[in-house]
Design a binder for this molecule. Structure first.
Ligand code: NAD
Length: 288
């Protein structure tokens, strides 16, 4: 039976370390990090996510403001707000909650976020810096996946990693982070499935990461014995949240596996907090 990679526990452990650092800097310079989440419109799901961010920030000692904007806000007004936050020295980090309304060009607005306050690594300059392995603000979900993998203490050098899902927010950045660790990475997507090749790839993975958004896409017998399986997917099935991997089947094949819920999600929130602290450190010339 696979060992469960408990995201809530991992998140708590990282949270404790971040809290200690925040206390240390508060004693040193009398300031704490401050982040602002811009949320346009409102719906139940996004509010739940914002609540979990607020909770994490409170327990670490980071100041967290939620700026709720009306659904109809113009792109110009949104950009003005971003620029005001860029110029506000008391603000260390900014994030813009997705999804945004259709009339907002998200990438265009993202490029106005100051690159040193860009908590989600969405400004095109930070995306480019990540390509070169130079950024200190890593996209949160890929960073959370890496933390889960690191927690198994596997040496990634030369390991076969297969990522299913090639989105700009999960699959592609993960590919870069894994290449930096000298893993051999394959990235699969919808056309891999259509070509009937997906199981051929997943079966050879020492580490299998799935970020698609299709419940139980990955069957147990598509998983190599002893593989590490990280399931990023979030799907609602009969009022239950499940991942992209058939968990019960996979548990009998994998050596480690993340559950859904309680796997990647809780660590993602803490990665956002870590970025908030990293941004604060850089802006205050602090080194640990
Ligand atoms: P996306 O829709 O942007 O990308 C989906 C990817 O899956 C694409 O590359 C697509 O080609 C591929 N795909 C679709 N159907 C496929 C199939 N049958 N076989 C193989 N590949 C297929 O999605 P996203 O934004 O990257 O999110 C993916 C999943 O991860 C969603 O369930 C989302 O809710 C979840 N997610 C979780 C977190 C978290 O923190 N836990 C964060 C972001 C996204």
């Amino acid at each position: 039976m696979a060992e469960i990679l408990d995201g809530r526990k991992l998140a708590r452990d990282i949270q404790h370390r971040l809290k200690d650092e925040v206390v240390q800097y508060k004693n040193q310079i009398g300031r704490i990090p401050r982040m602002v989440n811009i949320m346009i419109g409102d719906d139940h799901g996004t509010c739940a996510y914002a609540r979990s961010q607020q909770k994490a920030a409170d327990s670490i000692g980071i100041s967290y403001d939620l700026k709720l904007l009306p659904e109809g806000i113009s792109q110009e007004d949104l950009i003005q707000l971003v620029q005001d936050l860029n110029n506000d020295e008391s603000v260390n980090g900014i994030l813009i909650h997705r999804p945004v309304p259709e009339h907002i060009d998200y990438p265009a607005v993202a490029n106005f976020v100051n690159i040193n306050k860009d908590l989600e690594g969405i400004n095109i300059i930070n995306i480019g810096k990540m390509m070169l392995g130079e950024t200190h603000l890593m996209p949160c979900t890929p960073a959370a996946v890496m933390e889960h993998i690191f927690s198994t203490q596997i040496d990634l050098k030369g390991k076969e990693v297969v990522i299913v899902g090639s989105s700009a927010i999960v699959g592609k950045p993960l590919c870069l982070l894994l290449l930096k660790q000298m893993a051999t990475v394959s990235v699969c997507h919808i056309e891999t499935s259509r070509a009937g090749l997906l199981p051929d790839y997943t079966k050879r993975a020492d580490i299998l990461i799935v970020a698609v958004g299709k419940a139980r896409l990955i069957k147990g017998d598509w998983i190599k014995e002893g593989a590490i399986v990280v399931d990023v997917g979030i799907n609602q099935v009969d009022n239950k949240i499940v991942g992209d991997v058939d968990f019960e089947e996979a548990q009998n094949r994998a050596s480690y596996i993340t559950p859904v819920p309680g796997g990647v999600g809780p660590v993602t929130v803490v990665m956002l907090m870590r970025n908030g602290l990293e941004a604060f450190k850089k802006q205050n010339n602090l080194v640990n």
